[in-house]
Design a binder for this molecule. Sequence first.
Ligand SMILES: Nc1ncnc2c1ncn2[C@@H]1O[C@H](COP(=O)(O)OP(=O)(O)OP(=O)(O)O)[C@@H](O)[C@H]1O
Length: 385
Amino acid sequence: MTQSQEETFVKGRAGADIEIRHASHSYGPTLVVDDITFSADAGEIVTLLGPSGSGKTTLLRMIAGFVPARRGSILVGGSDVTALPVHRRNIGMVFQNYALFPHLNVRDNIAYPLARAKVRRAARPSIVAEALDAVRLPGVEERMPSQLSGGQQQRIALARAIVNRPRLVLMDEPLGALDRRLRESLQVEIVRIAREFGLTVVNVTHDQEEAFTISDKIAVLSHGKLLQYGPPEDLFRAPGSVEVADFLGESNVLHGVVELGREGHRLRRGDDLVLLTDQHVRSAGLVPGQDVVVVVRSWSARLVPLEDARTQRGRSWVRARIAAVLFTGDSRKIVLHSQQGETLSVRYTIDAEIPGVQGDEVAVQWDPSLGVVTSARTSPQEGDR
Ligand SMILES: Nc1ncnc2c1ncn2[C@@H]1O[C@H](COP(=O)(O)OP(=O)(O)OP(=O)(O)O)[C@@H](O)[C@H]1O
């Protein structure tokens, strides 16, 4: 590498935009990545979110080049990299298990991609020092990985992933092995570093909180299919399916049949009063007799005595019996069974008084505008692709 190339190296290049077009992969007859299409702008953090086995890692490995695309293509910075081998894609990677070389000290670990890119030996220490500054661990060059904590090792892995200014950084559950507090502080760090260096990041997680915290866009995957793609807020406010709604936060899923009336709209559900707003009817295009679900987040619902619910106007409620009151560390979770046989949950802060005990019949009540209405079918929404 020439000196001027090295300078570009040190000063850095920004991340590239990325486009996944109809990517598919199968192991044997099973499609584990099924016709996935989405794109992200340069400098964005995208998270692939989904339950175990949904195909997140396989898709990430396709982007990296470890797994071939059976169909479709992957473009980075406008160039088709589908046929390029891993080492020609200019991608940095961070894995859950750190994957540092145990026999190399921190300097040599971080310098490894520089050596492969044939950066002159004399130029490497300053680039390594800069990468260590970026991850806020200056001066640990001589340490061995075994002399660092898990969180520090993951910072080193991050430094190694960004040291040669890749066009794309891929992260596979990078914080999965760390405890909660460390995870939260590293989430903030990842965003800071990504912004500072203009990195484009594709991150894999099954933790929706992490996805919300760090992502500009979230791709929700299930059974190899992309259910929905967009900014976290959009997904949260307008999930395209029950599966997406359920996956993006602890929720109650209430089934019913739409009844539209002059005095108001509601779900047909026995004694329960599940109101639908004009906004619901318009945005979901509801028609009378349609099977729908209303999704209500556990934090949006409250418990009230049944007689109060019956006399208060303008609020939705369903009748349910308290099955358990659970202390979950940072909140209380009330588990209930509705008359319709659904299991519901309501969240309270620890210091809040809970209006009922196990065995009581109560109303689970909420502001109708906080309910999200979607069609009862769970197939992916074409419009979200
Ligand atoms: N090398 C392989 N050979 C055969 N099947 C595989 C292989 N790798 C993954 N699979 C299968 O492909 C599906 C998707 O796996 P993948 O690891 O991509 O999912 P994931 O969403 O990343 O899950 P997790 O969060 O558990 O890692 C799973 O059903 C898995 O069993």
